[in-house]
Design a protein around this ligand. Sequence first.
Ligand code: AP5
Length: 217
Amino acid sequence: MVDTMRLIFLGPPGVGKGTQAEFVAKEFGIPKLSTGDLLRDSVQKKTTLGLKAKEFMDRGELVPDEVVIGLVREKLNSAECQNGFLLDGFPRTVPQADQLEILLNSKGDGLDRVLYFTLPKNEIVKRISGRRSCPQCKAVYHVQAIPPKKNGICDVCGADLIQRNDDKPETIESRLGVYHEQTAPLIEYYKAKNVLSELEGSGAVNDVQRRLLALLS
Ligand code: AP5
């Protein structure tokens, strides 16, 4: 447990951000905010926001900035985030990053580090294609690399695992295109602010964890 830790995990879809975010949030005792999980939750509950977000997500496009910024603002203002947080999947556009900075400045807070995950494209495609997710507790598996003990069943809560709609082959390419166009500019954005660290995302989960801890310590 540390006093405060404000982190962003940045990188292409399927690079392993969510998997490592689980670990780091526990290790440092900070809440993990995944905009992907928050949005999928709203879709599952069929809220107005969820119904609006679904069409963008299914096409592999970004949900409009104002929707996502509203979600994150509410969370960051809540009591659980006052001593730090890990943002997984946010910001994803320059306007989102600008709004985050305005919000943090208004509280007198700053970012400690932005971890930029890298992985060759063929590995990314393999990871996304083999991902299976628990719709109930959000645990994430991979059919080959990180399989559940019982085929198709979540180890944690026993629910049936699913393949995300946006993990289908036809959507993967468009998600990667959207990443390069709209999110990759954040690499230079945070480099210029001297908070960016690059993390090689290849290798086993434990290897990535070790590299990550070395960067954060
Ligand atoms: P989101 O849920 O954020 O998806 P993403 O960024 O595309 O990231 P992924 O969840 O695909 O991958 P990940 O890097 O977390 O990898 P994971 O750890 O699961 O967003 C989904 C959609 O929501 C967006 O397309 C958009 O529409 C919307 N959205 C979300 N945030 C938004 C925002 N800020 N603005 C606008 N729209 C937004 O790992 C992948 C697989 O690899 C898993 O199967 C895992 O088990 C496996 N794996 C992980 N590590 C390893 C390893 N070391 N070795 C082998 N396998 C591994």
